[in-house]
Design a protein around this ligand. Structure first.
Ligand code: DAH
Length: 325
């Protein structure tokens, strides 16, 4: 094959290449180590001197022409590829944004947070205790011995003989007193459990907020002031409260606290002065220290505040309910 022919075929093949792979194949055919043009250049040595110069010149010229052609074709393919990618990955800055759906706090979490903020501002520390308790912390240490009729007030889910789902947040009082020296003031919010039939105002689980303040001269008057502050800031400035004598094994005297709400007195929480036996169980000397404790239902407060008429809604996981908050 002479140079002119070779040039014709090579050019047409390069022009025909539809993609970088075809092009590379063509390059190898002509310019590769075993390529056609390379063979011509190699064969020069065997040719007569005059031909060597002429054919050598032509072959070298063709070589640089082919190289230039390959290069420009290659660049063209690269540009095409880039353009295609750019088209695919183009960011349309005028397109409307995708909506990120946002969750919201559960009404019980919201109420708990508000309560924590109020008590926090009154100097109370926020403490948590375990939901699975021992019989000792849930009952005995709170002055409720086995066989005591008061245990009937808190029927619960037992986990074997000694463990149970806590029926109230009061055991946190003992756990805290065991490890801390007075004076102190704490609240312990959290979930509690009762074994009972459910209805609009009863659930097998609900939330309480326990309070405990111990010092040298902490009194019922302090309790009243703190609870009044708490309920007014949470439920409204017009709130009034009143104490009624009541019985809880872990306090002496014990009171029930009513709140005036829309013209009606509602029973809101239990409270009292910490019983000497309970102080002792917590490792404190009742002749040296005294204090008050209270326990309030978070669900009940949330139901009143957010006008919810069925406690079971809190635990239903129904988004139609939750989205309203
Ligand atoms: N633990 C009681 C209950 O679950 C509530 C309670 C009453 C807590 C009086 C107290 C208290 O700390 O002093 O019914």
């Amino acid at each position: 094959m002479n140079i002119a022919e070779l040039k014709k075929i090579a050019f047409s093949e390069i022009e025909k290449a539809k993609n970088p792979e075809d092009l590379e194949k063509a390059r190898k055919t002509y310019l590769g180590r075993k390529g056609e043009l390379t063979a011509v250049l190699r064969s020069l040595a065997e040719r007569p001197a005059e031909e060597k110069i002429r054919v050598g010149k032509e072959a070298n010229r063709l070589k640089s022409e082919l190289e230039a052609l390959f290069e420009s074709k290659k660049t063209a393919f690269e540009k095409e590829l880039l353009a295609a990618a750019a088209k695919k990955e183009r960011i349309d800055i005028t397109a409307p944004g995708k909506k990120v759906s946002r969750g919201s706090s559960h009404p019980l979490s919201r109420l708990r947070k508000e309560a924590e903020d109020i008590f926090g501002s009154l100097g109370f520390e926020i403490i948590e205790g375990p939901e699975v308790e021992t019989e000792y912390y849930n009952f005995d240490a709170l002055n409720i011995p086995a066989e005591h009729p008061a245990r009937e007030m808190w029927d619960t889910f037992w986990l074997g003989k000694k463990f149970l789902m806590r029926t109230h947040t009061s055991p946190v009082q003992i756990r805290y007193m065991e490890k801390h020296n007075p004076p102190f003031r704490i609240i312990a919010p959290g979930r509690v459990f009762r074994h009972e039939a459910t209805d609009a105002s009863h659930e097998i689980q609900f939330n309480q907020l326990e309070g405990l303040m111990v010092g040298k001269d902490v009194s019922l008057a302090d309790l009243k002031g703190i609870l009044e502050q708490f309920l007014r800031r949470l439920m409204g400035e017009k709130i009034q409260i009143r104490f009624k004598p009541s019985y809880f094994p872990f306090v002496e005297p014990g009171v029930e606290v009513d709140m005036l709400w829309n013209g009606r007195w509602l029973e809101m929480l239990g409270a009292g002065m910490v019983h000497p036996n309970v102080l002792r169980a917590g490792g404190l000397n009742p002749n040296e220290w005294q204090g008050f404790a209270f326990g309030v239902g978070i669900d009940r407060l949330a139901m009143l505040k957010y006008k919810i008429d069925d406690i079971r809604l809190f635990y239903s996981g129904d988004l139609r309910f939750l989205r309203q908050f």
